[in-house]
Design a protein around this ligand. Structure first.
Ligand SMILES: [Zn+2]
Length: 422
């Protein structure tokens, strides 16, 4: 016989699963929820009842049901909870405020600082961005249930109470996550930016609803090169969360120096600075930034032989790296995004897919599809909000923690208290 704690835990998990389905896949009838979440009709009805009592969902009209009674339609209550996703990017920090249905309600961008500045500068920008979001959304702020940071580097969460950021390639020493955003009074969680981006593609982007999404990789291309590996809807992390460090895959023995200190890394060949350097080495015209340079290459790929050559060489290195990933991981989908990924796919998508397939072993090469991310500029911030949402769903209805982890403090909202009393 199950003891009470096991029964409560199962109920808690089922409740979280039902709420997650309503958030990510939209409103449903109780019958649809039961089928989608693998629950009995009675159990789905009970879970919806719990969530209605907690104010996290609402009934919204009736839908016809053949000859039977019309069924009521259940939706997540958008204003019941909010999440902040923060993208610590190459040139700015972007913070998005998302409601419980993952709709972007406000966005703040801070600074022209780069990630090569110190952790203290980034901590200051994060604090300023949050203060601005709070000032502009004072009513919603009391219902912010989590902040998710998407960071440049390896975020090792395995130590629990001492989550650390290892951002070797931008020259930072190891940094405690708690040092980046102290004293917010809101639960703070963090992960690597590419892993956050992969969550966004899985829940809201190119992978959502795809039949071959069981195994997928999401590539983030910009100045840095990252990857999130997905297996059965979960991020593959490895022993200390560094799985997916695609940018530091070695593709040329004794190749160009990488920012990590090694030679021949993919990032030193297809990162935006490396592409611009290739253009300049071959006598290309000068631009104010690598981003402007690459926009020029893409715009003139058809009429400038040098631009075409630089892009073709970039594609050869990128597809070499991707084919290694295909052989190692055997993904069904490979999604390419980030500002540089979007540019390269705009100019060379057929070559990137064909090159990846032809360099990989025949069987996994035939299976993989290469897609372009369609999420916009806030995709990584959305991924940050999804990290915070995942954490919220994990703890929904749990007893209050005895002590905070790396989290400064945890605010306990009315919804949590209500579920605890169930
Ligand atoms: Zn490297």
């Amino acid at each position: 016989m199950r003891d009470i704690s096991t029964t409560n835990e199962i109920r808690r998990r089922n409740r979280a699963r039902v709420l997650e389905h309503l958030i990510v896949d939209g409103g449903s009838t109780r019958m649809e929820l039961a089928e989608a979440c693998g629950l009995s009709a009675a159990s789905a009805t009970n879970m919806v009842q719990d969530l209605l009592a907690a104010g996290l969902v609402r009934e919204d009209g009736l839908v016809p049901s053949g000859a039977g009674r019309p069924r009521s339609f259940v939706q997540a209550e958008s204003d019941a909870a909010y999440f902040v996703g923060a993208d610590v990017g190459e040139s700015e920090v972007t913070l998005g405020l998302y409601d419980l249905t993952l709709r972007l309600r406000d966005v703040v961008q801070i600074g022209a600082s780069s990630t090569s500045t110190s952790p203290g500068v980034i901590a200051d920008e994060l604090s300023r961005g949050l203060a601005e979001l709070e000032r502009r959304n004072i009513d919603a702020w009391a219902r912010v249930r989590g902040i998710g940071l998407a960071l440049p580097g390896i975020v090792d969460t395995n130590n629990g109470s001492a989550s650390m950021l290892y951002a070797q390639s931008i020259g930072w020493p190891p940094v405690a996550i708690s040092a980046l955003l102290p004293n917010q009074g809101i639960h703070v969680v963090a992960d690597n930016g590419a892993k956050a981006f992969a969550r966004a593609e899985l829940r809201c982007g190119a992978i959502k609803g795809q039949p071959d999404a069981e195994s997928a990789v999401v590539v983030l291309l910009g100045r840095g090169v990252g990857m999130g590996i997905l297996e059965h809807g979960r991020i593959v992390r490895g022993l200390s969360s560094s799985a997916g460090e695609f940018g530091h895959m070695k593709v040329v023995v004794d190749g160009p120096q990488c920012s990590c200190g090694a030679r021949g890394c993919l990032e030193a060949l297809v990162g935006s600075d490396a592409i611009a350097a290739r253009w300049y080495e071959r006598g290309g015209a000068s631009f104010d930034s690598a981003r402007e340079c690459i926009a020029h290459l893409v715009r003139h790929a058809a009429d400038d032989p040098l631009a075409a050559e630089v892009l073709d060489d970039t594609v050869r290195y990128l597809t070499t790296g991707l084919s290694n990933v295909v052989n190692m991981i055997n993904p069904g989908l490979c999604v390419i995004g980030g500002w540089l990924g979007s540019e390269l796919m705009a100019a060379r998508a057929p070559q990137i897919e064909a090159g990846t397939k032809s360099l990989a072993l025949a069987h996994p090469g035939e299976q993989v599809r290469v897609l372009t991310s369609r999420l916009g500029g806030e995709a990584i911030a959305l991924g940050g909000a999804l990290i915070a949402l995942e954490q919220y769903l994990e703890t929904l209805g749990e007893p209050a923690p005895h002590s905070a982890s790396h989290v400064p403090t945890t605010s306990i909202g009315a919804d949590m208290r209500s579920l605890r009393s169930l």
